[in-house]
Design a binder for this molecule. Structure first.
Ligand SMILES: Cc1cc2nc3c(=O)[nH]c(=O)nc-3n(C[C@H](O)[C@H](O)[C@H](O)COP(=O)(O)OP(=O)(O)OC[C@H]3O[C@@H](n4cnc5c(N)ncnc54)[C@H](O)[C@@H]3O)c2cc1C
Length: 399
């Protein structure tokens, strides 16, 4: 089958690699002239790594990544540790694949080079999808240039403001969640003894939280800080942020957090408003399907948005490969398998906002007290709470 994919983010490139794995032919059209991922890190959990292992991509992805030694939760102001639980080998033993942190540019580069090696010429840059039409033989996709491409099916992996979704379900707007995120990447060598530990660490605060971790074999420290506010709703990776504003949002916080913000290289501090969308009623229309953020954007509070796109990619490609089933039925089977899981992860991400941002003394005591106790008395409880997410193996599920 010839699979046309709109969007060359993690979801689109992942979808192309999975489709190739299952024996299909792919074309990926990407609106941007260059694949430029932003200067920020991303957590790559075991449930997504399983897919890359099945695709034979684990070594290429792991080469420039970093495997955190532990998962930590700390109070943002005092730095008090709520729990600090081993992750490295435990992740592999418990969830069957490593938990990695990777620079987004390294992630995209690894996927792109695998695609170019396996299907040379299949990626077209500067080729935005403007519209599509269903035909008796599949789909006709109309590009911004007016060129028309034919394929057996179209996958809309074109992100939160998806043109494919708009065409399929009509116009609507993603919803501002009331959260603004700061992001920064700083060389560890610039941070001295305040460098974040080699862990995945969530720092909790009133109406805000931060996450610190390392990238690129440990040489870079990544910072994401999320603050609840209603007065700033511009969305985009490239909005520059003022150091003074970031420091004021995290005033009085632990020096690991404030030192990181003080030493971000000039121009490397960015912020953007976080949007999501209520679960959609459907993601497919005949020979067209949505995938990744186009189908289910979510708050980043479980660090699973891209991982869900990678799981989608495998399930969709496998669904297309069931003998004797038509494209539309295969896409409906994909949606039936994926929608309950992504809806649950979207809900879990929203629920984590309450956990991370407790504002009242009682809220903090009743939330962080049990966390602290579990960290000391039953650390595996913390792992067990994540089993439903990290332990999910789409590469094993039956077709
Ligand atoms: C602060 C923050 C932290 C996060 N942390 C994590 C994390 O740790 N782990 C995790 O798994 N996820 C995380 N996420 C979520 C993750 O970034 C997204 O879920 C993921 O990048 C979505 O990938 P995608 O390919 O679906 O969409 P996108 O990355 O948005 O890619 C869409 C692509 O389509 C292209 N495009 C758009 N329109 C068209 C068109 N009409 N025609 C052709 N091309 C088009 C775009 O140029 C783009 O390249 C985080 C998100 C945020 C905001």
């Amino acid at each position: 089958m010839h699979v046309l994919i709109a969007g060359a983010g993690i979801g689109g490139l992942g979808a192309a690699l999975c489709a190739l794995h299952f024996g299909h032919r792919v074309t990926v059209v990407e609106r941007a002239d260059k694949l430029r991922e932003v200067g920020a890190g991303i957590q790559l959990p075991p449930n997504a790594m399983r897919v890359f292992r099945a695709l034979g991509l684990e070594p290429g992805i792991a080469r420039n990544a970093f495997a955190p030694e532990a998962i930590e939760a700390r109070m943002g102001e005092t730095g008090r540790t709520l729990f600090d639980i081993p992750l490295g080998e435990a992740a592999k033993d418990r969830w069957g694949a490593p938990y990695l942190h990777i620079h987004r540019a390294d992630y995209i580069a690894a996927l792109r080079s695998a695609l170019e090696a396996r299907a040379p010429g299949s990626l077209q840059l500067g080729a935005g999808l403007a519209d599509y039409r269903q035909t008796e033989r599949g789909v006709e996709a109309v590009l911004d240039s007016g060129e028309v491409l034919h394929a057996d099916l179209l996958i809309g992996a074109d992100g939160i403001r998806s043109a494919v979704r708009k065409r399929m379900l009509g116009p609507d707007a993603p919803v501002f969640t009331g959260n603004v995120a700061w992001r920064a990447v700083v060389p560890v060598s610039a941070l001295g003894e305040q460098a974040p530990r080699p862990t995945a660490c969530a720092w909790m605060g009133r109406g805000r939280h931060a996450v610190t971790y390392r990238l690129r074999r440990g040489a870079l420290a990544n910072f994401v800080g999320v603050v609840e506010r209603s007065d700033w709703t511009r969305e985009g990776w490239s909005e520059p942020g003022e150091r003074a504003d970031a420091l004021s949002d995290f005033a009085g916080w632990h020096p690991t957090v404030t030192t990181l913000l003080e030493r971000v290289p000039d121009g490397a501090l960015h912020r953007w408003a976080l949007y999501d969308r209520a679960p959609l009623p459907r993601w497919t229309d005949g020979a067209v399907a949505l995938l990744g953020d186009a189908a289910h954007p979510m708050l980043p509070f479980l660090a699973q948005g891209a991982a869900m796109a990678v799981e989608d990619a495998w399930v969709l490609a496998r669904a297309l490969s069931v003998p004797g089933r038509g494209v539309a039925d295969s896409l409906r089977a994909y949606q039936a398998e994926r929608l309950p899981r992504t809806t649950a992860v979207q809900a879990g991400s929203r629920a984590n906002m309450g956990t991370f941002h407790q504002r009242t003394a009682w809220g903090r005591l009743s939330t962080y007290g049990p966390m602290w106790l579990a960290g000391r008395l039953a650390p595996t409880l913390v792992h067990r709470r994540m089993d439903w997410i990290y332990g999910h193996d789409v590469t094993r599920a039956p077709a």
